[in-house]
Design a protein around this ligand. Structure first.
Ligand SMILES: NC(=O)C1=CN([C@@H]2O[C@H](COP(=O)(O)OP(=O)(O)OC[C@H]3O[C@@H](n4cnc5c(N)ncnc54)[C@H](OP(=O)(O)O)[C@@H]3O)[C@@H](O)[C@H]2O)C=CC1
Ligand SMILES: O=C(O)C1=N[C@H](C(=O)O)C[C@H](O)C1
Length: 252
């Protein structure tokens, strides 16, 4: 994702890339971020050093890297866009604490289509709550073989937003195996598929007796996430401290 953020930022004359940060063991440290991203040379070397002149930091990394990122952004009073998924509960708590000092956009998907689909999923759930025979909701997500966390942060957020409509007793069930017994009414099932180079696809199945709806949202490249993160960075630049998400950025 770092390369696509650099590439798209380099095409946007309202943005200036001031740093490209990697871990201190990375074999490409010192190489130009623009060259690595396949665009023109930007005179920004890949570095593990934290910049002190950034207005906004965009984080697409790993949970292992997020603590340092939050700490540095607080120290330098830098706005932060967090796209990384798979954080622990303690890290989420830490991120919330940091939002008392700096502005943060945090979203498991920066994609416009995904965020719109989340709103649609809530509307569909609301409309089908009392459907005769009952409603079964399952979330199937597909991603590339390199993805480190499962289910995707996006699938979990779809589930949380749907659960807001279903009620407090909603159970989140991850995969099924063995003698599971019949499906209960108040569960949301999650299924994570890892195949090839899939840039991200989510299908929300709303199953009823006699018919079903499948809400499918699929990326054809990773640029929807990079573009969304850059839009979030621009939006965040003049915001006061606080926790924001892509619904705020996209005014949904
Ligand atoms: N919100 C959204 O829209 C999206 C979120 N994501 C999320 O973004 C994250 C990154 O995804 P992706 O780019 O595919 O993953 P990659 O594994 O390709 O990239 C993660 C990068 O972070 C680097 N890194 C590791 N440790 C550190 C550190 N301590 N400091 C700085 N950088 C570090 C890794 O380096 P190294 O190679 O050396 O490990 C790697 O280059 C994932 O959590 C993914 O789920 C992805 C797409 C969209
Ligand atoms: O790792 C990815 O690739 C993606 N991760 C995010 C997630 O976990 O939801 C967003 C997107 O689906 C791509």
């Amino acid at each position: 994702m770092g390369r696509r953020v650099v590439a798209l930022a380099s095409e946007d004359k309202t943005l200036q890339l001031v740093a490209a940060i990697e871990n201190d063991q990375h074999p490409l440290l010192g190489q130009d971020a623009g060259d690595l991203a396949g665009v023109e040379t930007l005179d920004v070397p890949l570095s593990s050093k934290w910049p002190n002149d950034a207005d906004v930091v965009i984080d697409f990394s790993l949970p292992e890297a997020i603590d340092r990122c939050i700490e540095k952004c607080e120290l330098h009073e830098t706005a932060l866009v967090v796209a990384t998924t798979g954080m622990t509960d303690a890290q989420v708590e830490r991120l919330n604490e940091a939002s008392e000092n700096i502005p943060i956009v945090w979203a498991p998907s920066m994609s416009l289509a995904v965020n719109l689909s989340m709103k649609l999923a809530q509307q569909i759930t609301e409309k089908l709550l009392d459907v005769p025979g009952g409603l079964d909701i399952e979330i199937i997500e597909r991603h590339h073989r390199y993805k480190a966390d499962a289910p995707s942060g996006t699938a979990l957020k779809f589930g949380d937003l749907i659960a807001e409509k279903l009620g407090d007793d909603t159970k989140h069930v991850h995969g099924r195996e063995g003698h599971t017994g019949q499906r209960t009414r108040n569960e949301i099932g999650y299924h994570a598929v890892r195949v090839g180079d899939n840039p991200g696809e989510h299908t929300i199945v709303f199953g009823m007796l006699g018919e079903r709806i499948e809400l499918n949202v699929a990326a054809s490249s990773r640029d929807c996430y990079a573009a969304g993160a850059l839009a979030a960075a621009k939006w965040l630049n003049d915001k006061p401290e606080g926790m924001y998400d892509m619904f705020d950025v996209l005014e949904m």
